[in-house]
Design a protein around this ligand. Structure first.
Ligand SMILES: Nc1ncnc2c1ncn2[C@@H]1O[C@H](COP(=O)(O)OP(=O)(O)O)[C@@H](O)[C@H]1O
Ligand SMILES: [Mg+2]
Length: 406
């Protein structure tokens, strides 16, 4: 007997439907690097491709200190977070005070200040003591979303870690873009003390493992054509795949294993409903920021739609047109112009320089107003859509979400 939420896990740590993608030997690569030691292991890969899941799978929770880069603003936050995670035994220290070293005592003191809400300034010797203690205890430091740390803090962290890494401390940094690790490779004496594991996007066969394992656990057999469709629409994202499978179960009210096993042949309309619903949840917040453009909408010309169903501003028109291309993850300006011809009346089609300027503004929004790796890039007449959730939203959004409001 299994519960739905324990089988298909979208956003957390899957166990039943955990897929190791053995052909890529990712777990093995991480295990080897950790076993060899004396290096920082950098893990990169597309957003939501399983970087965190891989680390949780390979490194036991009790043996690691997790720092979430997204929660860290300044240096003292970073060191405070580690110290908190260390959970030094305050009471035990009193009983065994004879064996407690002076530096451990000092750390326990700082820890209780932190718990009391005092803001603590961390100095070099304290940082060293913290890392030294982690090394003695065989704890791996994992910094998730390392790219959220400022360049300055990244450099400081790498510098502070350096001597402890040489002494045997294990550290894993997780990030989206490759360039997030420039700060490591730029640091002298780090050559050869830095390993890089890349998480590739998910193939259809990789994705297929999720329903192959998950549905039977719930007593369900879903026809191959529908499963293929789910894999196609998941745009290489295991997160979307987990969510689709979960939604299909909810649709049939299978919240835990059913007996006897049943066959399911979902109609196309059921799948489409699921896609539309999931799109709202995952891609909309990003899309909305892009569609707003840089300034207030009122300054923009309404452009009438070809089908007579209302007007769009240039940002909406471009996004709608791009969405109609599939959307592909890489598009040339000519593809966008052709798609705009299908969306707008002839006289309302924007000039190339207008399209280019609007896309430039959207790129700025993607860089400055949306967290993480830019979801969109406009460069040399090519548009790159790097975020699967944005692409998914553009494909499945209701056209009424693009309405021009005066
Ligand atoms: N190996 C895997 N097997 C099955 N599902 C996975 C796997 N890796 C990731 N997922 C799915 O994708 C989601 C996002 O994974 P996560 O590791 O948080 O991504 P990242 O850290 O790369 O942004 C998970 O919550 C899970 O639903
Ligand atoms: Mg993650």
């Amino acid at each position: 007997m299994a519960k739905l939420k324990d089988v298909f896990v979208a956003g957390g740590m899957p166990t039943v439907t955990y897929v190791d993608r053995k052909h890529l030997a990712l777990e093995q690569a991480l295990r080897v690097d950790l076993a060899e030691g004396f290096k920082i292991v950098a893990i990169t890969g597309p957003t939501k491709s399983g970087k965190t899941v891989l680390c949780k799978r390979v490194i036991p929770e009790a043996k690691s200190i997790w720092i979430d880069g997204g929660q860290i603003e300044k240096s003292d936050d970073f060191w405070g977070a580690i110290l908190r995670e260390l959970r030094l035994p305050i009471e035990e220290s009193e009983q065994t005070s004879g064996t407690v070293t002076a530096s451990l005592k000092a750390l326990i003191g700082i820890q209780s200040q932190l718990h009391g809400g005092v803001s603590v300034k961390f100095h070099a010797p304290t940082k060293k003591d913290i890392l030294g203690l982690m090394r003695e205890r065989g704890l791996t430091l994992i910094v998730d979303d390392f790219h959220y740390l400022s360049d300055e803090l990244q450099r400081e962290v790498v510098r502070s870690l350096k001597s402890e890494i040489f002494a045997g401390l294990a550290a894993v940094f997780i990030a989206v873009p490759h360039r997030a690790f420039d700060t490591i490779s730029a640091e002298p004496e780090m050559e050869g003390r830095y390993a890089h594991i890349t998480i590739p996007p998910w193939s259809v066969d990789d994705l297929k493992e999720i329903p192959r394992v998950g549905f039977p656990k719930l007593g369900m057999s879903v026809d191959a054509t529908s499963v293929d469709r789910l894999c196609e629409e998941a745009l290489q994202s295991p997160l979307l795949m987990q969510r689709f499978c979960g939604r299909l179960c909810v649709h049939y009210e299978v919240l835990e294993t059913i007996k006897p096993e049943r066959e399911f042949h979902p109609a196309d309309a059921i799948l489409v409903d699921i896609f539309k619903d999931v799109a709202k949840q995952f891609g909309f917040p990003t899309f909305e920021k892009l569609a707003k453009g840089p300034q207030s909408r009122s300054k923009r010309n309404p452009r009438r739609k070809k089908d007579g169903s209302g007007s769009l501003d240039i940002y909406q028109a471009i996004l709608l047109a791009v969405g109609k291309t599939g959307p592909k993850s890489k598009l040339h300006y000519d593809d966008i112009r052709d798609a705009l011809k299908d969306v707008l009346r002839e006289i309302d089609i924007p000039q190339k320089h207008e399209v280019s300027s609007a896309l430039g503004h959207m790129e700025t929004i993607a860089r400055k107003k949306i967290r993480g790796e830019p979801v969109l890039e406009w460069s040399k007449d090519y548009l790159y859509l790097t975020d699967p959730f944005l692409r998914f939203y553009m494909k499945w959004a209701d056209e009424s979400d693009f309405a021009f409001d005066e």
